[in-house]
Design a protein. Structure first.
Length: 425
């Protein structure tokens, strides 16, 4: 094995980067996507699904508020491992409450607690990633972490959705079917906890941040250092607008694909959704993420930025076509979804590297958490109104609107400043 492939603790990143980001994705996929499909199967309205599942973004939005705590107390490794155990217990709890009469409210409450734990886990895991790898390795492995994050998405939206569809038909009980799916997810996360307890390295730099005699001053000083960065308004504008169109589109993809043709949808069954979007689409997303990480490591972020901004937004036109033509052939639908997802996976790599660049410095863990919190805010607020907007406009006009909503991202890409050498090997 080459020396460049071994991190500072003497353990290959291939042993822990893939599994760490596979685990990081599971609760996020549950909160943002799997819950949408599940509640759609259980007869919840599009507006309620979009509004209440968008609120699940809140822990990721406000996680910067407690990110300095993760920096100041304990190691990133300890936080990461313990929080994986908490998330496993939360997933188990969701499966146990789906048969209650008030399943919608209770399951949302449990998933909110899961999201809080997951958001905190993201802080520690992302911080651990930056401590355990050199900058050149961070660029090289950004495609790997993105790939395994997407593979978890594949597991969450592909085979598990197909399983839920199959069990719902064979058992005749959609609630029991989804309970089993959540038990499987809890088992996966428990396995991740056991693996990382054993395999995560112990970097020498993984220590609590130095504190003064005034911890409260240190806490607020972390935020002051971030918002005092040069060109902070450009940073905020780029992060907040980058996913403006996707934030609205994402919440309505599952309802659109599953709603009957007579209501403007494509009429896919739950199992067909799992194949077209959750399997074929996520494979394309994964390949796009790998390609994006490879290209940035060769050319640097600055030279790749415009290509990636176009790649992440222009394929949204696929949904304009699908809503207008309403093809019913599963293969045709799968091909168009694969195009859209490949572009998104390729282009989103630019945002990941941009946030790493912005976060570099003494408070990199907390500052990266602030970046991802801002990105989550840019997802949560537009997502909350997307259901009502879709019901008012109809699917055809709604998808045209989501394409127009990408324009601010292009404007900010023209203004944002990037180090020409950042990201290169």
């Amino acid at each position: 094995m080459q020396t460049s492939q071994v991190n500072s603790a003497g353990r290959s990143p291939w042993l822990w980067v893939p599994s760490l980001y596979f685990a990081q994705a599971i609760p996020y996929v549950v909160a943002m996507s799997l819950s949408v499909i599940m509640y759609k199967d259980m007869g919840v309205s599009n507006s309620d699904i979009a509004f209440y599942t968008s609120l699940l973004y809140l822990p990721w939005v406000i996680k910067p508020l407690w990110s300095p705590v993760v920096d100041m107390f304990g190691t990133k490794r300890r936080w990461t491992v313990l929080l994986q155990l908490v998330v496993a217990a939360s997933l188990l709890a969701v499966g146990l409450v789906l048969h209650l009469p008030a399943f919608f409210a209770v399951s949302l409450a449990v998933m909110w607690l899961m999201a809080f734990s997951s958001a905190t886990h993201d802080i520690s895991a992302d911080g651990f990633y930056m401590l355990g790898l050199r900058q050149q390795q961070q660029a090289a492995f950004v495609g790997v972490r993105s790939t395994f994050y997407r593979l978890a998405t594949l597991a969450g939206q592909g085979p598990l959705v197909v399983l839920a569809g199959y069990l719902a038909v064979s058992m005749g009980d959609v609630h029991q079917a989804w309970s089993i799916v959540f038990f499987v997810l809890a088992g996966l996360f428990a396995a991740a906890f056991a693996w990382h307890q054993f395999i995560l390295p112990v970097p020498e730099s993984d220590k609590p941040a130095p504190s003064s005699s005034n911890p409260l001053r240190d806490f607020f000083g972390t935020f002051g250092a971030f918002f005092g960065k040069r060109d902070i308004w450009l940073i905020l504008g780029f992060i907040l607008t980058f996913r403006l169109g996707e934030a609205q589109l994402l919440k309505l993809v599952a309802p659109f694909l599953k709603d009957p043709v007579s209501e403007g949808g494509l009429g896919l069954t739950t199992a067909q959704y799992g194949i077209a979007y959750g399997t074929v689409g996520i494979i394309a997303l994964t390949l796009g993420g790998l390609a994006g990480g490879w290209l940035i490591s060769r050319l640097g972020l600055k030279r790749c930025l415009w290509l990636m901004v176009f790649a992440v937004h222009l394929p949204d036109l696929v949904f304009v076509y699908l809503s207008q033509a309403q093809p019913t052939d599963l293969a045709t639908v799968s091909v168009f979804l694969a195009i859209e997802q490949f572009g998104y996976g390729f282009g989103f790599t630019a945002m990941l590297m941009y946030m790493i660049m912005v976060s570099d410095g003494a408070h990199k863990t907390a500052h990266y958490a602030i970046c991802t919190g801002l990105m989550a805010l840019g997802m949560m607020v537009p997502g909350m109104w997307s259901g009502d907007l879709q019901e008012y406009l109809g699917y055809k006009n709604f998808f045209i609107w989501t394409c127009l909503a990408t324009i601010p991202a292009f404007i900010m890409a023209a203004l944002v400043k990037i180090d020409p050498e950042f990201g290169k090997k």
